[in-house]
Design a protein around this ligand. Structure first.
Ligand SMILES: NC(=O)c1ccc[n+]([C@@H]2O[C@H](COP(=O)([O-])OP(=O)(O)OC[C@H]3O[C@@H](n4cnc5c(N)ncnc54)[C@H](OP(=O)(O)O)[C@@H]3O)[C@@H](O)[C@H]2O)c1
Length: 331
């Protein structure tokens, strides 16, 4: 595995991040611990969880899995979604963030979080309240860096501006959904990340497993698979994955898997790693076999030509105003 800086920080992270969303859900504690141990053994140092994953159980398992090597790990978690039924048990208010951070520290069995991420925009809370609270957590030594997930481009740009003006901590990275089958962030969000120096750590890099090659045109999804069980409004719902465009993308991934001798998943991850804004895709593995497959994403490179072919297979349609602005640059 290789290491690079997270956004404009000095923090070095592995080019694969391990996602712990299945821990305590589809993956029991024993297998989860094996997954973490193997990932660390392969050179990974970057691990992502969230308070809401299995309502705290993922954080507890992750904390136990890294006991003894905690300081060598870049540990990321998140806050925003409900952890109870009360009116202040969700969102990005000062009260909820402060209480949630303390609860996450306890569950993770540590006294600091390396990367504390807001899980999604909260329209009900002033951004200044959220940013000042996160800044206080950094000053208190409970958090090292702050990050963000599921923001639009204007929300990211506004946050960068408010932090600059008010002297608050800046978000150092974005965790967006990004894969060969979900590329909408290429229009506006990736340009903001490049412009503001944010690292990019894509979630659902396989589109919830779609790009692993186990789903087939004209066949129902395999019964025990993530996508078979995905209900609306989950992003990996079958109606969003089984589209003509995505089957074309999958055909292109399959052709390159054959040409390179790599698996579908390895090709799909490698395409993400070739995108210049991407720091580290977050690999989600339910089993040890899947982890081994996904670890093979690095240590080799698709050629420029192969990368271009894959990009073209699912390229976004050119729309206004992007088309107009691009053409205007030639004048
Ligand atoms: N910020 C957010 O809003 C957000 C949202 C989602 C995820 N995340 C983070 O991103 C991480 C990864 O997301 P994700 O789990 O959706 O990623 P993903 O890689 O797109 O999907 C992972 C799922 O695909 C299947 N899979 C994975 N590798 C496979 C392989 N080699 N062969 C066959 N099937 C394979 C497994 O599901 P089955 O075997 O059950 O089919 C696995 O649980 C999470 O752990 C979490 O840390 C963040």
């Amino acid at each position: 595995m290789e290491y690079g800086r997270l956004g404009n920080t000095g923090l070095m992270v592995s080019d694969l991040c391990l996602g712990c969303m299945t821990f305590g859900r589809e993956t029991d504690e024993a297998v989860s611990k094996e997954i973490v141990a193997r990932f660390l053994d392969a050179g990974g140092n970057f691990i992502d969880t969230a308070d809401v994953y299995s309502q705290g159980v993922s954080e507890e398992i992750t904390g136990r899995a890294i006991q003894g090597v905690r300081d060598d790990v870049v540990l990321a978690t998140k806050v925003r979604f409900p952890m109870g039924d009360g009116p202040n048990d969700a969102g990005l208010s000062r009260k909820h963030i402060t209480r949630s951070c303390n609860a996450s520290l306890k569950r993770l069995g540590t006294d600091y979080i390396d990367l504390y991420q807001v899980h999604c925009w909260d329209a009900a809370t002033p951004l200044e309240e959220t940013l000042s609270t996160l800044t206080d957590l950094v000053r208190a030594g409970k958090v090292r860096y702050v990050g963000v997930s599921n923001f639009t481009a204007w929300q990211l740009a506004k946050a960068a501006g408010v932090s600059e003006l008010r002297g608050f901590e800046r978000f150092v990275c974005l965790q967006p959904q990004y894969s060969l089958v979900e590329r909408n962030i290429e229009r506006e969000i990736l340009p903001v990340c490049r412009g503001e120096g944010l690292g990019v750590i894509p979630w659902s890099p396989l589109g919830g497993g779609f790009l692993s090659g186990k789903y087939r045109r004209d066949e129902k999804p395999p019964e025990d698979s993530r996508i078979a069980g995905a209900e609306e409004p989950m992003e990996e719902h079958w109606s969003r994955r089984a589209t003509e465009r995505n089957w074309r993308v999958l055909d292109a991934v399959g052709a390159l898997a054959e040409a390179t001798g790599k698996s579908y998943a390895q090709v799909a991850f490698n395409w993400l790693l070739r995108q210049d804004a991407v720091t580290a895709p977050i690999i989600g593995a339910r089993t040890m076999e899947q982890l081994e497959d996904n670890l093979g994403a690095t240590g080799w490179e698709l050629t420029e030509e192969q990368t271009r072919k894959l990009s073209e297979a699912g390229a976004l349609e050119e729309t206004y105003p992007y088309r107009f602005i691009k053409n205007a640059q030639r004048i």
